[in-house]
Ligand binder design. Structure first.
Ligand code: ATP
Ligand code: MG
Length: 653
């Protein structure tokens, strides 16, 4: 593995000849929340800029110092006190917005709920009272293992309200994955449901909790929401939500918490390594999620209907389904299920139904929709959309163009947002009223963020150069550490380059100085002495009409160091790539990127192993390509997929 080696200059200069660029629509630019001057204002006085953003929130006590920076430990808005739940809910009700819809919730079977800010306030207050009664206090950890239902948001906000630290675990995870996270965080309460709906059926959650808490005495209570009505096992530890929450008073007096009090722990996706428990605190996190949600999506809370199709069990759900939108008093769609239930037009049906004006989803979903065909979205009225976003992986130019045309109607700008669990909020992204977007580029650091691309020695690369993305200055929503492992915090992020935050992603600056994210450094391949990014080879494969999805890995090879092995999902199916197509695809990649990038082997697969946030786990494919035992699969959305792939690929040996 070409660990920590940046893509070389000569390779990069052959790549990405992208010349298309889309200026913002005129009316959007004219009325944009953020105009071009924001960059200069933030550059001039960065701390004053972030203080201005912090004033978007309601503080019970103002801060004394904007930033205390003892590298690599930052404290933001020191001395300030606020309550995140009050900022997300109560203050909007106090400002006369109680009747505004906070969430349009759509259950997978088609049941719906509309929850106003006033109703949300009552629900959160009741849950806060109930948690207190169950013995949860400030600083205690609460695990939330739930389907995508309003109570999930309510439970998170109730924690925030009383100062407990929430730790949401994706509802698709196994008993073991849940158990590991309970051990790591020492949660006292688990909030769960009997089950949720997935692919047209009730899918149980409670049995996994039963299994995970059985030998974990630290968990004192399990609070269970009834969603599906499935039979559940019951112990003394279990209490029903409708018994202990819904009977509570809707009055709850919130306490002001310190700006640096912990808000939550979120484990990373585990794409490249064992998941890390990332710790976020209150004031800075809420400041940056609030600002970025308003700036990057050009949110007009009075008129927009916003939908982020991520799962709440992923950081994107925390920042852009819960804290960002609610702090801005936005109206958000919350959808429980999968994109293909009961039919493959479900997402577009939701957009049409709620007149969604801002949509935010992952490239993996977009590629799936491409595979399903243009005629599916064409059957729905998507004219309400005015900004569409992408997050989770580099978006292939091909997918960007498809998204822009078929979903955005060649009208709505695409914002490709780069960030991580660790950064807490968007860091690099176009601004829809300012930036002329390029297909596949996250473009520039947002105002107030200082990002750069550096070479192996940490020197800033010139325009046209490639290397690693780094962040030069602390930012409000940065992680405050890894739960229980300070050493890993310093080693992972702060030891590669003196004084710089190292996110672990490769990047390139184009001739205009705009940034292109090239995927994980761990996913960079070293072929005959050249560094190649998996992203670019995959984008080249996907740009061929026969390929729906592709993942490539560098497998150890005696001759070339690493040989590129490509795993492709063929359009129209097929469990083998026919010999003539193998040649055609190799030539296709050769023409787009140069002969060195031609895959040595191409294997057809029915699916690719992905994390819950839709990221391809290349490390598992590398295990297959190198004929090794398959590594940790605990964060796969579907753990059976590796067996299916391995079975279909006797030729991979
Ligand atoms: P782990 O760190 O445990 O291996 P992970 O990095 O996949 O897991 P996340 O924090 O969920 O966990 O993902 C953040 C990563 O996703 C980024 O570091 C980057 O590699 C990728 N990413 C997110 N958005 C973009 C984007 N717009 N363009 C390119 N890459 C992106
Ligand atoms: Mg990561």
């Amino acid at each position: 593995m070409a660990d920590s080696t940046p893509p070389s200059q000569e390779t990069l200069s052959n790549l990405l000849h992208e010349t298309r660029s889309f200026p913002p629509p005129e009316d959007l630019a004219a009325n944009a929340n953020v105009k071009a001057d924001a960059y200069a204002r933030a550059d001039e006085d960065r701390l004053a800029f972030w203080e201005e953003q912090a004033r978007r929130l309601q503080w019970d006590q103002p801060w004394d110092t904007a930033l205390e920076w003892n590298p690599p430990y930052a404290k933001w808005f020191v001395g300030g006190k606020l309550n995140a739940a009050v900022n997300c809910v109560d203050r909007h009700v106090a400002n006369g917005l109680g009747e505004r819809v906070a969430y349009y919730w759509e259950g997978e079977p088609g049941d719906t709920r509309t929850i106003t800010y006033a109703e949300l306030k009552d629900m959160v207050s009741q849950a806060a009272n109930a948690m207190t009664e169950l013995g949860v206090g400030k600083g205690d950890r609460v695990a939330i293992y739930m389907p995508m239902i309003p109570e999930t948001v309510v439970a998170m906000l109730a924690c925030a309200r009383i100062g407990a630290v929430h730790m949401v675990v994706f509802g698709g995870f196994s008993v073991d994955a849940l158990g590991q996270r309970l051990d790591d965080s020492q949660a006292k309460l688990v909030v769960t449901a009997d089950g949720g709906y997935r692919r047209g059926k009730p899918s149980a959650l409670k049995p996994a909790v039963d299994g995970a808490v059985a030998d974990r005495p630290a968990v004192e209570k399990v609070l269970v929401v009834r969603r599906t009505g499935q039979d559940v096992e019951w112990t003394d530890r279990d209490v029903w939500w409708h018994d202990v929450v819904e009977s509570q008073s809707t009055e709850h007096t919130p306490e002001a918490h310190d700006a640096e009090d912990p808000l939550y722990i979120m484990y990373t996706s585990g794409t490249t390594a064992k998941p890390k428990g990332i710790l976020h605190t209150t004031g800075g996190y809420l400041t940056q999620t609030s600002y970025t949600h308003w700036a990057v999506f050009d949110l007009k809370p009075e008129t927009d209907v916003y939908w982020c199709a991520a799962d709440i069990g992923w950081v994107t759900g925390h920042s852009y389904i819960v804290y960002g939108p609610l702090s801005n008093a936005a109206t958000t769609v919350l959808y429980e299920g999968t994109p293909d239930t009961p039919h493959k037009g479900r997402f577009w049906e939701i957009i049409e139904k709620y007149k969604v004006s801002i949509a935010y989803m992952a490239p993996t979903a977009i590629r799936t929709f491409m595979k399903w065909g243009d005629d599916i979205p064409a059957g729905f009225d998507l004219s309400s959309l005015r900004v569409i976003g992408s997050v989770g992986e580099p978006i292939n130019p091909e997918a960007y163009m498809w998204y822009r045309k078929n979903i955005g109607g060649d009208r709505a700008p695409v914002v490709d947002t780069w960030w991580q669990t660790e950064t807490g909020a968007i860091m690099v992204s176009p601004l829809p009223g300012v930036t002329s977007g390029k297909p596949g580029a996250a473009m520039r650091a947002i105002p107030g963020i200082v990002a750069d691309v550096v070479d192996e020695e940490g020197n800033s690369v010139p325009d046209g150069g490639g290397g690693f993305i780094v962040i030069r200055e602390p930012w409000p929503s940065m992680l405050r550490g890894i739960w229980g492992d300070p050493e890993r915090y310093e080693n992972t992020y702060w030891s590669r380059f003196e004084g710089l935050y190292f996110p672990g992603d490769g990047a390139k600056k184009d001739e205009d100085g705009d940034m292109w994210l090239l995927g994980r450094v761990d996913d960079v391949m070293l072929v005959s002495g050249h560094n190649l990014s998996t992203t670019e080879v995959e984008s080249a494969l996907v740009s061929h009409p026969r390929v729906a999805e592709a993942a490539v890995v560098g497998a150890a090879d005696k001759l070339t160091g690493q040989a590129i092995v490509g795993f492709v999902i063929l359009r129209g199916g097929g469990d083998e790539v026919p010999e003539d197509l193998v040649q055609e695809l190799r030539n296709h990649v050769g023409t787009s990127l140069g002969p060195i990038a031609k895959p040595a082997r191409l294997l057809a697969v029915p699916e690719l192993p992905k994390t819950r946030s839709g990221k391809i786990m290349r490390r598992l494919l590398r295990d297959i390509a190198e004929n090794r035992a398959i590594g940790d699969t605990s964060t796969l959305t579907d753990s059976s997929i590796m067996e299916v792939i391995a079975k279909q690929l006797p030729s991979a040996k």
